[in-house]
Design a protein around this ligand. Sequence first.
Ligand SMILES: *Cc1c(COP(=O)(O)O)cnc(C)c1O
Length: 468
Amino acid sequence: MSDKQQMLRNLPKVDDCLAHTHIKQLLISTSRSIVLKAIRSTIEMNRHAVLEGRLNLPEQLAIDIVISQVINEIKKLDRMNLRPTINATGVVLHTNLGRAPLAETVGDAIWQVAKGYSTLEYNTDTGQRGSRYDHIDQILTDLTGTEAAMVVNNNAAAVILVLSTLAKGKEVIVSRGELVEIGGSFRVPEIMTQSGATLVEIGTTNKTHFRDYEQAVNPDMTGALLKVHTSNYRIVGFTQDVALSDLAKISREKNIPLVHDLGCGLLCDLAPWGLQDEALVVDSVKAGADIVCFSGDKLLGGPQAGIIVGKKKYIDAMKKHPLTRAFRIDKLTLSALEATLRIYYDQERAMNEIPVLKMLTQSAEDIAKKAGQLLKTIQTHQVNGDLKCVVGQSQVGGGSMPTQVMPTTLVELKSNVMSCQHIERQLRECTRPIIVRTFNDAIYFDVRTIDELDFETIAQAIHTLLNQ
Ligand SMILES: *Cc1c(COP(=O)(O)O)cnc(C)c1O
């Protein structure tokens, strides 16, 4: 018998694994189908490794090795795939990590609606069917100074709905400098095609003039003037674009709706904290935009949503559009959005309670103090590595304020026994993944985006990893 055949024989059978005390123990709390799946896939993985000559499995070790692999596999299969992470990158709106974390009070609002029946489409005044949009209509119009509002799944859907309602079969005029691509799949020209409107590009990449708009406008053919906020890039140097207030003049004169895709949609002024790159929704409205749309989960700090505010006649038409049903926001998101927006009635409260705003406006001194605390917590665990605080920069993220960097303090970790790639991977494979930055062969924790309550978890994870 060849070595390989002998080793295949040494591999435990499914029943051997099921009879093992550790597995029997696990079966009390884990469903049998998960355990079986883990056993089968582990045995299969080892079989392949043996056949390919990658594994040398001594008989006396086979069962112990396989059982410990099975237990690891069960842990992976039995936990949620979508689970909380610790964001140590300092990127506040990290799209891959779920963009905006929600305010504490919002969680309760979601759960109250989620666990039972709600007034989603029921009007308690009349006892008749109501509209899901009524719950946020008043709040949004109060906060933005507009006539009407509605919400869809995300801002990409909002833009399609707006263009399709106002300009299907017609032309939409956009400056060449504003033909943005956001996160790969949102590209203005493609969105335009999807909404059935024809894109009319005007000007050049760096300069677009008032006269370019004037010349392109055709009262019979133009469905809308669109201004797109260039969220994730800036054109600098020899540049020229036309202010929204100037576009509003053409819009009024020719009676063509002016749409502003704002992307971020700030409801609080962050200029006092040095964050001036993003426009406030109220400013767009004041400048004369008929329709403004923006994301719920960018700087607003709420759930994923596309918010549309503006003139009632246009919004009413959007509410009747068939796409609205397809882009319909669900009750969990709606409750999260309503609860988030309510906080904005008191701007000071918003600055203190909305995590995105809190993280963006932390002072450099507070962050330095926080970093010192993380450093101390890790040191308390006698971690086997070199630790220190260093200055660095955090980013806003989420395709916003691309040129804005915020000074921060990082905790740097270096090990002379483990590569930084290995540490990075181990931290991200934790049950609660810890996502860090690495460069120059070191690991960095940016405390701007870390909750103090998670310092202990981080310290323990590093200790377990480096002191094993
Ligand atoms: C982010 C962004 C979008 C897309 O918004 P989502 O909510 O991610 O769908 C559209 N337009 C602009 C200008 C943006 O910045």
